[in-house]
Structures are given as C-alpha cells and as structure tokens.
Write a new protein. Structure first.
Length: 184
C-alpha cells in the first residue's frame, strides 16, 4: 500500500535505502518493486540493538533485569542497554548516514526505511531538538509504514517537515479498530 501511494506522488524517487533487518527490508522491497528501485540495505538504518534485552517482552526484561527498564527511561540520554546500544549511539549512527546520503543525493527524492526508535532519534537530530524532552513527548513516534517526508533547502540545508507519520495510504491505519473489530 505504501509503495502504491508513493508511486502516485509527484516526486520522482531515485533511491531507496533500508535497514538490513528483515522486516524493514521486506517493506523496502515491496516499495522498490512498485517504484522500480532496488533497495540498498545498510546496518546504519537498523533499530536500536537491544543487547541482552533483544527478543524479550517488556515484562521479561523487567523480570530478568528488575528496575533497569525504568533506569533506561529515566536516563535515556546516557543509559546503554547491556550488550547493546544507547539512544544517543543510535542517533549518532543514523544521523551520520542521513547526512551522507542526503549529500550524495542532493536535490533528489529518496526513501529511507527503518524502525521506530531509530527514526525517532533521527528526526530529533535533524531538528536539533532536545533528546529527552522530545522522546518523552512522543512527538517523533511513527506507526508501521507511517510516512514522514522532509524537504532540504539546497542553499541553506534547512529541513522542513512536509508530512509526519501519514497513514493516508492505509485503508485503516495501524492501531485503529473499526466497530466490526470490537466485541459486544
């Protein structure tokens, strides 16, 4: 659905970059098929590495590592998940990639396919917002296949948000329920 919607937009997309993790890459491949683009996978667009927490539910993390999830939330700007990454490390990784790829594709319309925490961290870096305050406000959160479009002014490098977390391409946005889905 997102590939079809992007194909109907006035932009002529020239490249698609994706996290090399399966779910994002499958999404990028579906988009790429519709736009006749081959996704270029990169580890730079990966989600935060959960280290020892990888694959665990919130409840399991809390059980195995009591109080550490609350500590991570309280110290978002400095806490590193044991064996994994911190949000600032994710932000540094994805923002470096963003700066490089937008420089290489100056004046072009490109697509980046990534994950929730990584994309939130990227948006915060792009706009120079306070990491902790913005993260807690959930301003930069996106739903699955939500589209955020940015424009970068060629002469100043200033970034403007054209749309944020649009789910216009979905018949029913993720997380929404209809009356038919609700039990009596």
């Amino acid at each position: 659905a997102v590939g079809e919607w992007l194909a109907s937009q006035p932009a002529q997309f020239t490249a698609i970059y994706s996290s090399d993790l399966v779910r994002a890459l499958q999404t990028a491949q579906a988009i790429g098929e519709r736009l006749n683009l081959t996704p270029q996978p990169t580890a730079a667009l990966r989600e935060i590495h959960g280290g020892e927490w990888q694959g665990l539910s919130v409840e399991e993390v809390e059980m195995k590592y009591p109080g550490k999830l609350a500590e991570w939330r309280a110290k978002l700007d400095s806490y590193k998940i044991p064996g994994g990454e911190s949000i600032p490390e994710v932000q540094e990784r994805i923002f470096a990639f963003y700066k490089d790829v937008t420089h290489r594709h100056a004046g072009e319309a490109i697509i980046l396919v990534s994950h929730g925490a990584a994309l939130s961290a990227l948006q915060i870096a792009i706009h120079g917002w306070d990491l902790v305050e913005t993260w807690r406000s959930r301003t930069t959160r996106m739903g699955n296949t939500g589209v955020t479009a940015l424009a970068i002014e060629a002469d100043t490098g200033k970034t403007s948000v054209i749309m944020h977390n649009s789910t216009e391409h979905l018949l029913r946005p993720t997380g929404m329920t209809s009356l038919l889905d609700q039990s009596a």
